[in-house]
Design a protein around this ligand. Structure first.
Ligand code: GCU
Length: 426
């Protein structure tokens, strides 16, 4: 669209939708043949499923009732309709530690590298994990576990880290070679604040393409062919839980204070991982958007129809989820319920004001709607329904921070992450 028309379109909708000046309306676009709305006034009306009313229609008014049955009901709904059902945790995990406590980053930290295997007998698939703890730490430290888009050597930029392999666009597993670093994690910033930090490449758990399941951990379990068969998010989450199994055996790390973070599709992953595995003490989905922290019932940016469209990402989900692309109001869950499953643990959402595809306001509204569960459990939700402007964080037991910019992270997001970890872990 020519720039002049764009300006006119924005001006026209600004008159009817003075909702949030920091998220300017935008003309519609089409993704996979499906139009996407970026105009607040065209979102439509919807009503969210009640979190605090159980399947028998009884109000849930106490922490006891929440933990006794309502929370489990919501988990089952997400398994049935959205993510699919994961297998139980293995009785034992097999791993090999290749390096332990090597000094790194000008002696600021100590690095450990290991490989975790998913099967007792087979050596594939396997995932490489690297973690660092502050050099001077006397006891076990709280740690951020980051699930990244690239092998650990690229995420950390540390030449001492095993180079690893990645899945290329042709769906082949190839050596990292001299591929450039991106998806950058500032390890020294964590060490300087007294935190450990770990990373894993999601492609080690299972590659991210239609049919990728046969190269990853889902290949180790018999396929059910059922509507609630687990999808990639459940597979990646399963991998994260196995790393936590390892940390429970690792004296340098306090397994009771492990936060998980991921960006975008990996933000959706950490939400489901944290919902299923309550041992994760903090959850940080960054720009997780549709089917993550953003309300699916809002017709804004990506929708279930877009995400499950057959040329895009249907394999991320339980097959049943696709049915709701054409009728989201029939879906018994929505993002506010996913967020409520993290309660009472600290939850930090980061978004970007120009990342309209991920619907930052839809994430804020989901966090507001999850607030009553936090309150019922004696914690603080956002405690406001007024969205903060870009650059201004709300940090309670639920945190929300929208940076000035687009999809992904900016340095300020990581400062907020460190502050949030310090607030709750130190
Ligand atoms: C696509 C997809 C999003 C996803 C994103 C990402 O844009 O539509 O749902 O979050 O990829 O992972 O980068």
């Amino acid at each position: 669209m020519p720039f002049k028309n764009l300006v006119l379109a924005i001006a026209a909708v600004a008159v009817i939708t003075p909702v949030f000046a920091q998220i300017a309306d935008f003309p519609a676009d089409t993704v996979a043949g499906i139009p996407a709305n970026y105009t607040e006034a065209l979102v439509g009306s919807y009503s969210l499923p009640e979190i605090l009313v159980d399947r028998q229609g009884k109000p849930v008014t106490s922490a006891a009732a929440w933990f006794d049955h309502r929370r489990a009901e919501i988990v089952s709904l997400f398994e049935e309709y959205q993510f699919g059902k994961s297998p139980a945790a293995p009785a034992h995990i097999r791993y090999e530690v290749h390096e332990s406590g090597a000094p790194e980053f000008d002696d600021l930290g100590k690095r450990t590298q290991l490989t975790l295997f998913f099967a007792e007998a087979a050596d594939e698939p396997k995932m490489d994990v690297v973690f660092y703890v502050p050099a001077g730490a006397e006891g076990p430290v709280p740690l951020l576990l980051y699930i990244g888009f690239t092998p650990n050597s690229l995420v950390t930029g540390d030449p001492g880290v095993k180079k690893g392999y990645y899945w290329n666009r042709e769906h082949e597993k190839v050596p990292v070679g001299d591929r450039k670093r991106f998806d950058k994690l500032e390890v020294p910033a964590f060490l300087a604040r007294g935190f450990g930090v770990a990373t894993v490449y999601y492609g080690d758990i299972e590659p991210d393409f239609q049919g990728g399941a046969r190269h990853g951990i889902r290949n180790l379990f018999p396929a059910t062919g059922k509507p609630d068969e687990w999808g990639s998010f459940a597979a990646w989450s399963y991998g994260l839980s196995r790393i936590l199994d390892y940390f429970e055996e690792e004296p340098a790390v306090d397994a009771g204070r492990v936060a998980i973070a991921g960006i975008s599709r990996l933000g959706k992953t950490v939400l489901w991982a944290g919902a299923l595995d309550t041992r994760f003490a903090m959850v940080i989905p960054m720009c997780s958007g549709e089917s993550g922290a953003a309300l699916s019932r809002r017709n804004y940016g990506e929708t279930i129809a877009h995400i499950t469209e057959k040329t895009r990402f249907p394999y991320w989900f339980a097959p049943k989820y696709q049915e709701y692309g054409s009728d989201v109001s029939a879906l018994p869950v929505d993002a506010h319920m996913l967020l409520s499953l993290i309660a009472p643990r600290p939850l930090l959402l980061t978004t970007g004001n120009t990342d309209k595809w991920s619907d930052p306001y839809g994430e804020f509204l989901a966090a507001v709607a999850a607030g009553p569960v936090y309150q019922m459990l004696g914690k603080e939700g956002l405690d406001t329904d007024k969205m903060p402007p870009a650059g201004e964080a709300i940090l309670k037991d639920i945190g929300y921070f929208m940076h000035d910019g687009g999809h992904g992270t900016v340095p300020q997001d990581w400062e907020i992450v460190l502050d949030f970890m310090a607030q709750h872990f130190l």
